[in-house]
Design a protein around this ligand. Structure first.
Ligand code: NAD
Length: 250
């Protein structure tokens, strides 16, 4: 029995990491997946249309490209806004440009995607009774502070606020909107953060040490929650920030 049968779901940042694993997991559960990323090379390595995944290049910072894609695609049942970037530094290290970039990629992109795709999703909800938006936040947000994560945490706190606003406005129209708040997940960009540290071995130990289960999350520690929130199993859940953090915030 598939859990997302009959649903069309768009996943951003689907080229690698949590987005990629989520696109594959949603397709396995019977969804028709539209996998978008700015990086066409990684997108090309996803299983293709016979696996239920259609890939499209999209820069989620580009409003006209988003609007063009929304007018071309069928109405969506699910939207997973996953794209985001980790700025490393204290408040004293953040330039105006760094700040603007983090806010634009991590939050404003979700505002643009929601504006573009929500009307079609509401049409689908009128027909089916349900549709779901999932926004990628983090445990590093309004939920908890971490060293060197002020720009990142501010942007992810804003994702939680955006999520609650959208959820509140459309709760009676069949739209649910939630945010996912992972702990530290082993993905290509985390590997990049470790490799670019002054002492990569110590940096990896530190990332593991802040996870009380004694290990990093894998992307497949995240995908069950992603599938749940995009499926009708979560039909009574909206406006929530769901932590999948291996106990960091116990
Ligand atoms: P990642 O950072 O390794 O990959 C990010 C993907 O986003 C890449 O494929 C990249 O090409 C794509 N991307 C970047 N800019 C884009 C743009 N403008 N338009 C479209 N795509 C773009 O993947 P990840 O580590 O799984 O992170 C995915 C999300 O999960 C991010 O929002 C991140 O903040 C969040 N997150 C990650 C962790 C973690 O520990 N890895 C923890 C909590 C939250």
């Amino acid at each position: 029995l598939v859990r997302l049968g009959g649903k069309t779901i768009l996943v951003s940042a689907a080229g690698q990491g949590i987005g990629r694993a989520s696109a594959i997991a949603c397709a396995r559960e019977g969804a028709k997946v539209i996998a978008v990323d700015i990086n066409e090379e990684t997108l090309a390595t996803l299983p293709g249309e016979q696996a239920g995944i259609e890939v499209r290049k999209l820069d989620v910072r580009d409003r006209s490209a988003i609007d063009a894609l929304a007018s071309e695609l069928p109405d969506l049942d699910g939207l997973f806004n996953c794209a985001g970037f980790v700025h490393n530094g204290t408040v004293l290290d953040i330039s105006e440009d760094d700040w603007a970039f983090s806010m634009d990629l991590n939050v404003t992109s979700m505002f643009r995607m929601t504006q573009a795709f929500l009307p079609g999703m509401l049409r689908r909800a009128e027909a089916t009774g349900t549709c779901s938006i999932l926004n990628m936040a983090s445990m590093a947000s309004s939920l908890k502070g971490f060293p060197m994560r002020t720009a990142y945490g501010t942007s992810k706190a804003a994702v939680i606020g955006l999520t609650k606003g959208v959820a509140a406005d459309f709760v009676a129209k069949g739209l649910r909107c939630n945010s996912l708040c992972p702990g530290t997940v082993d993905t290509p960009s985390l590997r990049g953060r470790i490799a670019s540290a002054a002492d990569p071995v110590a940096a990896e130990k530190q990332f593991i040490a802040r996870q009380p289960m004694g290990r990093l999350a894998t992307v497949d520690d995240m995908t069950p929650m992603v599938v749940y929130l995009l499926s009708d199993e979560s039909r009574f859940v909206s406006g929530q920030a769901l932590l999948v953090d291996g106990g960091v915030t116990i």
